[in-house]
Design a protein around this ligand. Structure first.
Ligand code: UTP
Length: 416
């Protein structure tokens, strides 16, 4: 093993990460091996570049941004039934699978455990996972078909997530048959000097690489292959934290099939022109999402001849892909965005530090950065009150929190 550490010593030196070797020397054999395994997998060049990027001023963006066309689900008139029939046929033929992205850290909510295990306070005390599972079962009954459920976890929360499902008898699903778990990729967290952090477990502190990691991990974990073997053609990918997410939508599927596009996304219209959400657009002619911080006031307020906002279609992480599109999007690396976060770590004296303000950089890829891989996608505007009840923050924030999600859920399902 000493040969091994000798071999990577130079790399650590080259990238200014010698503290990892010093730390290694203090560990027992078992921990040493684990640490070495981690070190071997790290792309130090990438981490170095990402750190250097945190020091650069963000360049003025030269991209050409233009509005994207969309359809309004409730203004399709006769076409509604037409698309619905096409989509329903494909669903009944077993061509749809659903994926729930549940690898996030859920820092804003502050729940002790994976976000999917959170009880939003309904009388039933069902967790987010159970609410999503209930919806899938209801749709399976409706269309008389199996709709396999794939759940993306992260190294940080995989064990807890799977234990939770096991404890709850997989909510009636059968692991390995119609329920599958896979783990997303991760990247080390670094401090403001670019040094890789050691976490509470005495190993390198790694964090999930963002929801943009979905494509690569679906392919690498063999899930897309499994889907193909099951005869799946379409995959709905959504977040774990929207308790009204409608993963099975024949109209959305019918539009994708009829228009011959490989990606179809749902949007809800912005609550007001300055709502802080990312919206669908075209970037240099290709589909994309533009962040609220990138949009000028003039663009945010611009309307078309019907008075509709030109950049009003919010991205709500409700997207349908063909398997081909997933493979294409997973083939090229996505850019990483940096987040400055609070992260507990072990300092050089071996002491656990629990910072009360942000101290570390985390790098995340965003799912929509891959949209430009396709020339065209369909965007379907749906109703916020039917499809969007996110649980992002603690109740004290007053928005996108358990209280607001609970109210929306109860209203939609007429639980009062
Ligand atoms: P968010 O971007 O809202 O992040 O994720 P989050 O982790 O839930 O919460 P914060 O930002 O730490 O407070 C949107 C969806 O994408 C998933 C989340 O689990 C959620 O369903 N996600 C996010 C992943 O699966 N992996 C990631 O690396 C990031």
């Amino acid at each position: 093993m000493d040969n091994k550490i000798d071999a990577i010593k130079n790399i650590l030196k080259k990238y200014g990460q010698e503290h990892l070797e010093e730390y290694y020397q203090k560990l027992d054999e078992e921990k040493r091996q684990l640490l070495l395994n981690q070190i071997e997998k790290i792309d130090f060049e990438l981490i170095n570049n990402l750190y250097n990027n945190t020091k650069k001023e963000t360049k003025q963006n030269q991209d050409e941004i233009t509005p994207i066309e969309y359809l309004d689900k409730y203004k399709l008139y006769d076409d509604y039934k037409y698309y619905e029939n096409i989509g329903e046929k494909a669903i009944r033929e077993g061509k749809l699978a659903v994926v729930t992205m549940a690898g996030g850290q859920g820092t804003r909510l502050g729940h002790n455990g994976p976000k999917g295990t959170y009880d939003i306070g309904l009388e039933s005390h069902k967790s987010l996972f159970e609410l999503l599972g209930d919806y899938i079962k209801e749709q399976e009954k409706k269309y008389n078909v199996t709709i396999p459920w794939f759940i993306m976890t992260s190294k940080e929360n995989d064990k807890q997530t799977q234990n939770f499902f096991e404890k709850n008898k997989y909510f009636g699903f059968q692991k390995g048959k119609n329920l599958f778990f896979f783990i997303q990729g991760e990247l080390p967290m670094i401090d403001t000097e670019g040094k890789i952090l050691i976490g509470e477990d005495g190993l390198i502190k790694e964090a999930a690489d963002g929801h943009g990691g979905i494509y690569e991990s679906l392919v690498k974990s063999g899930m897309t292959k499994k889907m193909q073997e099951m005869g799946i053609k379409w995959v709905f990918i959504g977040g774990v934290d929207n308790c009204l997410v409608k993963m099975v939508d024949p109209v959305l599927m019918g539009i994708a099939i009829d228009k011959g596009v490989t990606v179809a996304c749902k949007s809800v219209v912005k609550a007001n022109p300055h709502e802080k959400v990312g919206v669908f657009c075209k970037r240099n002619g290709k589909p994309n999402v533009i962040e609220y911080s990138e949009i000028t006031e003039e663009m945010a307020e611009a309307t078309d001849s019907d008075g509709e906002l030109l950049y009003g279609e919010s991205h709500i992480l409700c997207n349908l892909f063909s398997i081909d599109a997933i493979e294409r999007m997973g083939a090229n690396p996505l850019p990483y965005h940096v987040a400055y976060k609070k992260a507990k770590y072990i300092d050089k004296n071996g002491k656990l530090v629990e910072p009360d303000s942000p101290n570390a950089y985390k790098f995340e890829a965003f799912l929509f950065d891959a949209f430009g891989e396709v020339d065209e996608m369909a965007v379907l505007r749906v109703k916020r009150e039917e499809e969007f009840a996110p649980v992002k923050n603690a109740d004290s924030a007053g928005v996108d929190c358990p209280k607001t999600a609970r109210e929306l859920y109860k209203k939609f399902y007429k639980l009062d």
